[in-house]
Write a protein that binds this ligand. Structure first.
Ligand SMILES: [Fe+2]
Length: 303
């Protein structure tokens, strides 16, 4: 089953918060404010690397604190996004049950704030532990057995979330023929609306590949299907937006957690769709970062 965590009612949020010790301490007044939802706005998060121990620090940052900073910003937006994607590497390093318990607690305030969550897997996740910790909350059947795959519809974009976790702790990823076959059929069944692919691993054709091993097979599926406009991914912990030769935008999301290059931003991206494209706004954990609030405007390739 894909993991989609639905919003919680105010009552059930406070009941559950008392049980789990609440991942965030939020003023009740926050819930008194009726935040309007923006149906075409989405929060794109990648690589939170949540550890069981909330005090854990990696590469000089505390992953739990970074996630809380992002959560607070999401919850205080005047117009909340229609949903939140967490694009893999949800867990700290090898997808331990305690990591997902901690993540589950940290997600509760977002759910309490009315935000639907869509979670993908990365190479630092462990699929069975992830499902065990989080799947009690949702009911949809998996379209591809044993993979975390989903189609999420919205007014202006269909989001296709794929699962590129091949082996935990091995850096490259793989979609595999069954998932690619599902993607091709799902795209063919939904040709009209712009489609955005969401997957943890970056595309890569290099010999010593650290990204998606079956990049070529994926692009054979998505290039000729002109409704595919963008491919959003994490994995590299490096914010960057480019395009492939066919005009598919390649959106490398920043990590919520640590960066590998000191000058890179950590944070998330607010994506706002319109009929002919999508506006991306980088939101840095450190609001004094040079790239904070950077806007990249994507224009869709022709249909
Ligand atoms: Fe990562």
């Amino acid at each position: 089953m894909p993991i989609h965590l639905p919003p919680l009612s105010r009552r059930s949020f406070f009941k559950r918060s008392a049980l789990v010790g609440a991942g965030l301490s939020l003023a009740p007044e926050l819930f008194a404010v009726m935040h309007r939802k923006e149906a075409n706005s989405w929060a794109l998060l990648a690589d939170p690397h949540i550890a069981a121990d909330p005090a854990r620090v990696q590469r000089g940052i505390n992953m739990t604190e970074h996630f809380k900073t992002v959560s607070q910003e999401l919850l205080t937006l005047s117009r909340r996004p229609a949903g939140v994607f967490v694009v893999g590497d949800c867990a700290f390093n090898q997808g331990e049950p305690g990591d997902y318990e901690a993540l589950s607690g940290l997600l509760e305030p977002l759910r309490g704030g009315g935000l639907p969550l869509h979670l993908a897997l990365g190479n630092h996740d462990q699929r069975e532990n992830f499902w065990k910790a989080l799947e009690a909350n949702q009911a949809a059947k998996r379209p591809v057995a044993d993979r975390q795959v989903a189609l999420i519809r919205s007014p202006l974009v269909n989001w296709f979330m794929l699962d590129s976790l091949e082996t935990t702790l091995q850096t490259p990823g793989l979609l595999g023929p069954a998932q690619l076959d599902w993607l091709a059929k799902a795209l063919d069944a939904n040709p009209e609306k712009p489609a955005v692919i969401v997957v943890h691993h970056n595309p890569g054709m290099a010999v010593n590949i650290s990204g998606l091993k079956d990049t070529e097979a994926l692009f054979k599926v998505i290039r000729p299907r002109s409704q595919v406009k963008a491919y959003c991914f994490g994995h590299t912990h490096h914010w960057n937006v480019t395009a492939d030769e066919s005009g598919i935008h390649l959106v490398n999301l920043p990590p919520v957690a640590y960066v590998f290059r000191a000058e890179d931003p950590a944070g998330w991206v607010q994506a706002t769709a319109r009929a002919d494209g999508m506006k991306l706004e980088l939101r840095c954990v450190d609001a004094t970062h040079n790239n904070h609030a950077q806007v990249v405007d994507l224009k869709w390739r022709p249909a």
